[in-house]
Design a protein around this ligand. Sequence first.
Ligand code: C5P
Length: 223
Amino acid sequence: FAAPRLRGLHALVTSGPTHEPIDPVRYIANRSSGAQGTAIAAALHRLGARVTFVTGPATTPPPPGPAVIRVETAAEMHAAVKAALPADIAVFAAAVADWRIANAASSKMKKGAGRPELSLTQNPDILADIAGMTEGRPSLVVGFAAETDDVLANARAKLARKGCDWIVANDVSPATGIMGGAENAVTLVTSDGAEDWPRASKEAVADRLAHRIAEALARDTAR
Ligand code: C5P
């Protein structure tokens, strides 16, 4: 008996923050380091998958092995994900900005020009878009839910709303030290229920997730 592997399968992983420009020198961003997404791409690659890693401007260097596609904005990430399809597995670990500036300036905004009015417009939801595909949908679509309150209830609601197969939920309250830290404590939420995984390094969490993915796909193809 050999543990299931991912040879011959294509896995798509998004990671890192997005930067949404205000003008050519300023942007709106978030505190995602890309550490968990990078570890997941590396773990899927170690199990033999061909991995495409679509990353925003993260502080964690991309893993060796996967094909790396660097993007800046949510719109660019959306386009890169669609261009990378088809995929068997899609893991959306990026912290995508929900909003972008509708009226980003094409030259640097000047202080003397008065108080700027920034108008926001909603970004595409990449996870929901791919999970809702009627043709060519990846077999397994995994989303993340970074929450500070009611982690499980929010994750369950997100699983239903986004139409993905699994949600990896984590508590990113500042006291946990998870966002920007080396460790993660997650709850895996599937249609079968929820499992709390013990706090561990982001690499260990990624390994466990990659093995779970391999098991799930092995079960699928055995049917
Ligand atoms: O709704 P929320 O941002 O909490 O959902 C988080 C999940 O959705 C993550 O898997 C994230 O990568 C994905 N997402 C996305 N595109 C967005 C917003 C979130 O793919 N615009």
